[in-house]
Design a protein around this ligand. Structure first.
Ligand SMILES: Cc1ncc(C[n+]2csc(CCOP(=O)(O)OP(=O)(O)O)c2C)c(N)n1
Ligand code: SF4
Ligand SMILES: [Mg+2]
Length: 328
């Protein structure tokens, strides 16, 4: 099915989800012919997001694995309006398209009965937490009616695994390598969800590809929200996290069940809702142990770092629960 900015793609609004198989294999907007690594979570997330709506889409992708691997001229995986733009300004390209749509409607050059499309920008964590940060913040300040999705694999994957503002403490990355004198990354990751919530985003949520129903609910909520929406999508990277390619969903389960990536949403900067409470919370060391980027932390001299990791995750979970209760 082909979509255009001007409409004509069938029933609009939320897509009815029958079951995982039909949902995850529907490929009208994003097709399988790409060269992302086998097991890459980026493509799972993109399909889960695009399949959440029947509305026409205007999609942007900043430079990074997603863009490079899905649009190799003359081929493309995208069967919707799609813009590739620089590493830093995927957000503003989509904000510009959103503003143009408004202006053209005001001038009557797009008729009022043409269905409104949804505007979505994808960027990696390098693009989001670091180099495109101020542009995203500006789009949020101006209240553009758009969704920004960070595909958060905690590293500059497309250029060989450099550390970003999202790389967590103790991970080995090419610019923060673990070795005889170092345990790798020294700082902890930036809290983009809190930053975007206090920046004034109408809706902020963390999602993960293994919790697809939770993802769909949040994406549909985001699409039905007026104003700027920020989605942080945990995206396990087989190449840079160095786990076997068939373990993407297992590693994602460990991420959400250890609460290293808790799933929650923040509405209008205030109302925080936890959307997934694992029945059995697994130790953080099980999550770290599944990824060779953390393997050096299991040496006796770094036992204290594993303990600090667990304490930090526990404290964050307590904080999220208190904020949920307090509604502030
Ligand atoms: C201004 C600019 N700086 C650097 C680059 C080189 N570059 C291309 S992709 C990339 C890494 C992207 O990392 P991230 O945004 O985390 O996406 P990922 O590949 O991890 O999905 C870099 C540094 C560029 N294209 N443009
Ligand atoms: S390097 Fe990582 S993010 Fe990039 S295509 Fe491979 S698995 Fe996906
Ligand atoms: Mg990345």
């Amino acid at each position: 099915m082909s979509c255009s900015l001007l409409g004509g793609c069938g029933p609009q609004g939320n897509r009815e989800i029958k079951n995982l198989k039909t949902y995850s294999t529907a490929a009208e907007r994003f097709e399988g012919a790409h060269v992302l690594c086998p097991g890459c979570a980026h493509s799972i997330i993109v399909r889960e997001i695009l399949n959440a709506t029947n509305d026409n889409l205007v999609v942007g992708a900043s430079t990074g694995c997603l863009e490079v691997c899905t649009a190799i001229y003359p081929h493309t995986s995208w069967d919707c309006s799609w813009i590739h733009i620089g590493f830093e300004n995927g957000s503003t390209a989509i904000a510009g398209a959103e503003a143009a749509n408004k202006a053209l409607r005001r001038k009557g050059r797009i008729s009022a009965d043409t269905p409104e499309p949804k505007f979505v920008a994808f960027g990696g964590d390098g693009s989001t937490y670091d180099i495109g940060f101020q542009w995203i913040s500006g789009c949020c300040d101006r209240g553009h009616n758009m969704m920004y999705v960070c595909l958060d694999n905690e590293v500059y994957a497309n250029t060989g695994g450099q550390a970003s503002g999202s790389t967590p403490i103790g991970a080995s990355a090419t610019t923060a390598p673990a070795g005889s004198d170092s345990y790798g990354m020294k700082q902890n990751k930036k809290d983009m969800l809190s930053i975007m919530a206090s920046n004034g985003a109408s809706y902020v949520a963390q999602v993960a590809p293994n919790k697809w129903k939770d993802m769909v609910k949040k994406i549909q909520k985001g699409f039905n929200t007026d104003g700027f929406v920020y989605i942080n999508a945990m995206s396990a990277c087989t190449t840079e996290w160095k786990f076997p390619m068939h373990q993407t969903i297992e590693v994602s389960d460990l991420a959400t069940d250890s609460l290293v990536f808790p799933l929650y949403e923040i509405i209008n900067g205030r109302e925080l809702n936890i959307t997934y409470r694992p029945k059995n919370i697994v130790p953080v060391r099980d999550y770290l142990g599944a990824q060779p980027r953390f393997k050096h932390l299991f040496k006796p001299e770094y036992e204290y770092l594993l303990e600090e990791w667990q304490k930090r995750v526990d404290a964050q979970w307590v904080y999220l629960q208190k904020r949920e209760e307090a509604r502030v």
